[in-house]
Design a protein around this ligand. Structure first.
Ligand code: ADP
Length: 481
């Protein structure tokens, strides 16, 4: 029998503890799926203010972390629900509103916060005598872990057999800081060069992960190829090209228990591919509670999204009047860039458009369950989970054919009856509107629409298969010298 692996899953957010986006869904679900394969998986996160103290308990351990000129203490907490999870407590850094910033601005001490977190992760392993085979990191917040393993921890026998994997969930966030942060991190200056952690004169935490992890992966096949080119490489295409033999694309899964219209506790009416009627009740409910009035066979559009350029919101802004000129209702739930918040808040289309600003998990489920069409015109999309959730709830996605959106939403073909959504390619309003209008036309043909919904609802994006692919990746990393 294959050896059971000891895996430390390092993340800056994970559902149900702390969430700003899809990374949290993945960090919540993947460790659980790996555990089902028999691996010993521990998750480790910062102890943010939003982590309810009633759900965790102190471990009675403190870990000193060298940060700049002094040692600071990490206080360790843990929970076993929904799986073994450790929390790095340090209130001056983590006990505040927001995970990475507030009011659309990054916290000014993010370098110190995540240097502290990364180093505390490694010190915690030693303090609790957990010697991982694999440390799986994600995105810039955890990028220093591989750099530490390959530098100041390289001579420690404790980590001799540990290998690291770095997952790119979004290359658009580089975690760039002034070079002086190397002092704070106690990383050697010999790492500060273009083939190391230097990124155009800055110290990039993301690049630290890309350069020093034993293997790299990103969250869809298509995105793993897109990021090798300047258009989507954000300046990292050189290092990614250099490491392309070590770069893999493993499509994210969907937590099929948390996102199941047949028994989702966050929605009031349940439905499935076998019995779709109650979706109409969900539609009625959400429309009523957000004061949307819909005429006969009028579709409800939705977006549930971070309000950022990445998500193609400039296309929505540009085409807003065109969208509103159609016979549709439209609900937008999002938070992020102030200029988008301001734009959507100021729109006056009573009974036709409703905007809710903020992060609201329950509302997200209710909107997805009650809508007919989900819009995701992203500029780029590493994987995208919302379109997969949409399909599970019979909400047909209209997407830009990039990254994970291209890999998960095959376009509907009216002749064959195959496909699960509608897509467009050039990032221009006219192409987006053409795709949307195709969807609106299909919506007027009940049989066609039902087929589309069923096609989406029958897709298999479970985590079990994905966990198997990660296991193969971990074993490959362990074979690396
Ligand atoms: P990304 O990770 O790039 O933000 P994904 O589509 O992969 O995009 O994942 C987004 C996740 O965050 C989904 O679970 C989605 O439902 C959720 N989400 C995004 N914005 C909100 C919001 N304002 N309120 C509640 N959930 C949200």
């Amino acid at each position: 029998m294959a050896r059971r692996l000891k895996i430390l899953y390092v993340a800056s957010e994970a559902h149900p503890h702390a969430k700003t986006g899809g990374l949290a869904d993945v960090s919540g679900a993947l460790p659980a799926a790996l555990r089902k394969l028999g691996h010993d998986v521990r998750l480790i996160l910062p102890k943010y203010k939003c982590v309810p103290s009633a759900t965790i308990k102190p471990m009675g351990k403190k870990v000193p972390v060298l940060l700049g000129p002094t040692y600071q203490e990490a206080i360790l907490f843990e929970t076993i629900q929904p799986g073994p999870t450790y929390f790095i407590g340090h209130d001056p850094f983590f006990h505040r509103d927001g995970l990475y910033g507030s009011h659309g601005r990054d916290f000014p001490d993010n370098a110190e916060r995540f240097i502290f977190f990364c180093r505390a992760v490694l010190e915690t392993c030693k303090a609790i005598s957990f010697q991982p085979d694999i440390i799986h990191c994600s995105d810039w917040q955890t990028g220093l872990v591989p750099a530490y393993l390959k530098s100041i921890y390289a001579s420690e026998a404790f980590f001799k057999n540990t290998r690291s994997i770095f997952s790119i969930h979004n290359l658009g966030y580089a975690g760039n800081f002034p070079p002086q942060a190397l002092h704070t991190a106690h990383l050697p200056w010999t790492l500060f060069h273009p083939k190391g952690v230097e990124f155009f004169g800055q110290f990039s935490f993301l690049k630290a992960g890309l350069v020093y992890a034993d293997l790299l992966n990103t969250v869809s096949k298509k995105y793993s190829r897109e990021i090798l080119k300047p258009e989507n490489g954000f300046g990292f295409e050189g290092i990614l090209q250099h490491r392309r033999q070590d770069l893999f694309g493993v499509l994210n899964g969907v937590d099929e228990e948390a996102w199941n219209p047949a028994d989702d506790p966050l929605i009031d009416h349940h439905f499935s591919a076998r019995s779709l009627q109650k979706k109409q009740a969900c539609k009625k409910d959400i429309a009523k509670s957000l004061s949307i009035e819909l005429g006969r066979r009028e579709p409800l559009l939705c977006m549930i999204t971070r309000l950022s350029d990445q998500k193609g919101l400039d296309l929505i802004v540009q085409g807003f009047q065109d969208i509103m000129a159609e016979r549709v209702g439209f609900i937008l739930l999002g938070s992020g860039d102030a200029r988008y918040e301001k734009f959507f808040k100021s729109q006056k289309y009573p009974n036709k458009f409703a905007c809710r600003l903020g992060f609201d998990e329950k509302l997200a489920h209710r909107i997805l369950a009650g809508s007919d069409i989900l819009l995701m015109p992203s500029r780029y999309e590493p994987c995208g989970l919302t379109q997969m959730y949409g399909m599970r709830y019979g909400t047909v996605p209209v997407v830009r054919a990039v990254g994970g959106l291209a890999d998960t939403v095959p376009p509907f073909n009216i002749r064959t009856g195959q496909g699960t959504g509608f897509n467009f390619r050039p990032f221009e309003l006219k192409y987006f509107m053409t795709a949307l209008r195709k969807a609106l036309t299909a919506y007027q043909q009940p049989k066609t629409w039902r087929q589309l919904m069923l096609n989406g609802m029958s897709q298999d994006h479970g985590w079990e298969k994905v966990a198997g692919q990660y296991t193969r990746l971990y074993r490959r990393a362990l074979r690396q010298k």
